[in-house]
Design a protein around this ligand. Sequence first.
Ligand code: NAD
Length: 502
Amino acid sequence: MISPSHVRNSNALNSNALNSKAIARVSELLAALEMQAETPLTNWVNGKLVAGQGEVIELLDPVTGLPLVAYRDAGRTVVEHAVEAATRAQQEWMALTASERGRRMTAAAGALHGYEETLARLESVVAGKPIRDCRGEVNKVREMFEYYAGWCDKQHGEVIPVPTSHLNYVRPVPYGVVGQITPWNAPMFTCGWQLAPAIAAGNGVVLKPSEMTPFSSVVIAMLLERSGLPRGLINIVNGVGPTTGAALTGNPGISKLVFVGSPESGRRIWSWAGWGSTTRGQAASRCQSVSGSRLLVQREILEEVCERLARAASEITVGLPDDDATLMGPVQNARQYQHISSMLETAQQQGARVLCGGKRPETLPPEATGYYLAPTVLVDVTQDMAIAQEEVFGPVVVVMPFDSEDEAVRMANATRFGLAGAVWTQDPARAHRVAARLRAGTVWINSYKAINVMSPFGGFGESGFGRSSGIEGLKEYTVAQSVWVETATSASVAMGYGNGVG
Ligand code: NAD
C-alpha cells in the first residue's frame, strides 16, 4: 500500500529523480501555457499569479506514486485578497449592460481555443485521468460558457398581482461574491460548471479546487480573463480544506457558498461556517455526492448479466493516462485508493465474492506502479453491507438480484444517496413507472451518464441539494428581491398582517 503524504510540513519544494519524466512533462506543459516558471503551481488573484503563503503541499504522481509537483497552500491572506478583488470586480461587471456581459461571456467561451490539448495533457498528468476524458472536460468548459452567455440578458423578473394598490415586482439579483469549492474527480468540468452560471448571474467568484488537482482551474481562470472578463472577477485559491478552504468559507465577504465534494466535508463546512444560522441570511450551500456502483438485476437473468459484465469489465483498457487507447487510468490519489481497497477487503470479509478485478490489473506498463485497480465486479452482496451502502467512488460495481419491480424500487431507494440511477428495460411503461418512483436527481432510461449543461443536475438525500446546469443552475446564483411601489394617489401606510391590506 502506498502511503498518502500529499501534505508535507516542509520548506523545500521537492522533486525526485526517479520520477523525472513526469516532472519534466509538467514543466513543459506549464511553459506551453505561459505560466511563470518560478511560481508554477499557485493562485490566480486579481489578475495575477500569486504564491501561496502556507505549508508545502506535495502531489504524488497517480501513475507511479512518486513525487510529482509541489506548491504552497494559499492561506488566509491570499484568500482575503481574492475576496477583495472579486468584490471590486463584481461591481465593475454589474455596471456593464446585460448584453455586454453576454458578449464577454461568449468571448470567454473561446478563451481556451488553442490551449485545449495542452490543458488536457496537463490535467491528465496531474490527475492521472485518461487523456480522452480530459479533452472532453475542456470542451465542456467551452460549452458551459457558450450556454450561459445566452442567459445574461434573459434573466427577467416578474410582477406579482398583490391585492393592494402596489406594483410589486421581483427581480433576480446576484449574491455578490460566491465561494466555490470543488473535488478532484472532474476538476475542469466542475470549474466551468460552477463559474459560468455564477458570473452569468452577475457574481464575482473565489474558487478553491481540490488540493489534489489545483492547476487546471488556475489556467482556465487566467485564459478566461484574457478574453475580456474584468480583472479579479474570477479568482482561484489553492490549498487544503482546514486552512485555505476554511479561510474561504469563513470570509464575511462571501455571500453564497457552493460546495461539491463528499458528504463528510459538506457537513463539516456547514457546521464550521455556520451557514444559514448567521446573519448571512442569503447564504446557501450545496453538498453533492456521486455514486454509481450498485447494479440490481432481475434474478432470472442474474447469471447471464454477471457473465457479460465480467467480460465487459475485463475488456476495459487500463493503462497510462496519456495513451489515447486508455479508458481507465489509476485511482487519482493514495487516500482514495486506500479507501477503495479497504472497502473491498471489508466486503469480502462479510461474504461478498470478487467476480473480476479486485486487484492490480495484470498487464500494465512497468512504470505504472501507482494506484491502479482493475475494474471490479462483486457478487453475493447484501443490502446491509457497507459496500452497498457507502460511497466507494472507484471502479467497483456490486451486483444484487431482485424478484419483483417493487423490490427493485425498494432496494434502489434504500440508500442515503440519490444522485443518479438508470432503468434498463424493454417495457416502456415500466421504464417511466420506475423512473418516477426513484429518489434520484437524474434517472436514465436504457442509457447511462448522459449529462448536458442545458439540463439540471443534482441529488436527493446525502447526494446534496441545489442544482447545477440549466436554468436551475443559474437560479442558484441569484436571489429574489421584491420591490413594492405605491400607486394610489392617497394611500395610508398600514403595517402588519391581517389588517386588511393584504
Ligand atoms: P472532499 O470532500 O474531500 O473535498 C472536496 C473539496 O472540499 C476539496 O476542495 C477540499 O479541499 C474541500 N474541503 C474539504 N474539507 C474542507 C473544509 N473543512 N473547509 C473547506 N473546504 C474543504 O471530496 P474529494 O475527495 O475531493 O472528492 C470526492 C467526493 O466528491 C466524492 O464524495 C464524490 O461523490 C463527490 N463529488 C460529487 C459530485 C456531484 O456532482 N454530486 C461531483 C463530483 C464529486
